[in-house]
Design a protein around this ligand. Structure first.
Ligand code: TYD
Length: 133
């Protein structure tokens, strides 16, 4: 459900030598990290994602540049722009999501509470809708 999506402000340690932010398991983010991956070198106009996860939850940060996270719970769609490295978006399972509108040199960091498992993906939107309504 979209109401369970959370924008999370991360700690920001300001320093003349350069700033620092972080997150830890079950503290800033509400799960334990099993996997980290990142998306980069996205050509202009390309889109990533376009699927839902049956079980896995994730937290997404724009470490560099900007992109939009478009989420859909089967009824309502919401677009959230990420463009700072000191906040991110928490997505629970069973939401259709895509990452769009990547700026040049943007870097999307994604952490998940599950190992990669193709069986956890729902890649067909009609199937997703039939599972959530
Ligand atoms: P996928 O999650 O479909 O990409 P996106 O949703 O961002 O468009 O992943 C693309 C391919 O990369 C997928 O077929 C398998 C591989 N992959 C892994 O091996 N491990 C991973 O952790 C991820 C995210 C993907």
């Amino acid at each position: 459900q979209l109401s369970n999506v959370k924008l999370i402000d991360l700690p920001k340690i300001l320093d003349d030598r350069g700033n620092l932010s972080f997150f830890e398991n079950n503290k800033q983010i509400p799960f334990e990290i099993k996997r980290t991956y990142w998306i980069y070198d996205v050509p202009g106009g390309e889109l990533r994602g376009g699927h839902a996860f049956k079980e896995q939850q994730e937290f997404i940060v724009a470490l560099s540049g900007s992109f939009d996270v478009v989420i859909q719970d089967g009824k309502v769609e919401k677009r959230i722009s990420l463009n700072r490295s000191y906040y991110g978006i928490y997505l629970p399972n069973m939401l259709w999501r895509s990452l769009e509108n990547f700026s040049t040199n943007s870097l999307a960091l994604i952490v998940s509470d599950q190992a990669y498992d193709e069986n956890d993906y729902v890649r067909d939107f009609d199937t997703f809708k039939s599972l959530v309504v």
